[in-house]
Ligand binder design. Structure first.
Ligand code: SER
Length: 320
């Protein structure tokens, strides 16, 4: 069997930096090429990096040829909060970028493509509790509109051209390695850094704003599980709902306070509150459970413990 060669696009972001590690582990260091529009500050010798702007489809095609790429993980995107600052730019990166990937994948007979979607594809008309796989969507952010559009394109490329493209609608991802890049769920990462560093945090969402979230190890596990599943099990070719944990800022604060009792949070909502209000509070991911046996490992308590442990280690490293 041909050895898979993987190209990760947008590999220096929050998800990419950890997913690339997991892919190197699974497929071997030489078989994973990472790319991003920015260059890494310090590149470890075992990492194979190529600069790539996803809008440059010629360069994308050339990299696919050069490395004989068989799988593409396309993670480059402008997220919900940043996208609202420059909607046309966000639209261009998110939709033109994805179409470039799908088109190059079709032309070059790529075996599998991964496309991350988001809970942002849902909007204020969507049922917010246990949001079903198929329901009213009507997203309101340019990020959500572009992700929904690309979900439709993914399904189109599968039906029309047989391209094996797979996708997850991620909840907010919580992690301690690379910072998130301008989303509405970012508070749930920032709060941990501030808890460890300064013992206080100004939260940009109201205390009772429930949102679906997932801890990075579960996000990676779900991605690899989906990509490894037999093609005949994949019944959703737009994007799968993915659930893990749901909590509000005050619940997360209380969980952190179990470890750091002096930690204080002030709630000062900004424009991101309106975005959060239009998103689901919890997700029905029964189709993912049925099709490829999805189950998360981390609940709120386990995730909090692990985040604090790892961030404290990071702080000690800086101080020492
Ligand atoms: N984390 C993303 C955001 O907040 C949602 O997918 O934009």
């Amino acid at each position: 069997m041909q050895q898979d060669k993987i190209l990760v696009i947008g590999a220096l972001g929050q998800l990419g930096s950890e997913l690339a590690d997991a892919l190197r582990e699974a497929f071997g260091e030489d078989n994973v090429i990472i790319s991003d529009i920015r260059r890494p500050i310090d590149l470890e010798p075992h990492v194979r990096f190529e600069a790539l702007n996803v809008l440059d489809s010629k360069r994308l095609a050339a990299l696919v040829d050069e490395y004989k790429i068989t799988q593409i993980y396309h993670l480059a995107a402008v997220l919900s909060a940043t996208g609202e600052q420059d909607p046309l730019f966000a639209w261009q990166i998110n939709t033109d970028g994805t179409l470039n990937v799908l088109e190059v994948a079709r032309e070059k007979n790529i075996h599998k493509v991964y496309f991350p979607s988001s809970i942002a594809v849902f909007g204020a008309d969507t049922p917010r509790q246990n949001t079903p796989q198929n329901t009213i969507m009507n997203p309101s952010t340019v990020y959500g509109i572009s992700k929904q559009t690309c979900e439709r394109w993914c399904e189109y490329y599968f039906r029309k051209f047989g391209l094996d493209v797979r996708s997850l609608r991620y909840p907010g991802i919580i992690s301690h390695k690379a910072p998130p890049g301008g989303g509405t769920t970012d508070y749930a990462v920032e709060i941990f850094y501030k808890a460890v560093a300064t013992k206080s945090y100004k939260c940009f969402l109201q205390e009772d704003t429930y949102l679906p979230m997932i801890y990075m190890p579960d996000a990676i596990k779900a991605t690899l599980q989906l990509m490894e599943a037999p093609a005949q099990n994949i019944s959703v070719r737009s994007s799968y709902n993915l659930g893990a944990i749901s909590f509000s800022p005050v619940e997360l604060t209380q969980e952190i306070q179990k470890h750091l009792p002096d930690f204080k949070v002030k709630y000062v909502p900004d424009f991101r509150q309106q975005i959060a209000n239009s998103w689901p509070q919890s997700i029905d991911d029964s189709v993912a459970k049925k099709d490829w046996a999805w189950t998360p490992d981390f609940d709120l308590a386990l995730m909090t413990e692990d985040m604090l442990f790892n961030l404290q280690k990071k702080v000690e490293k800086i101080v020492l």
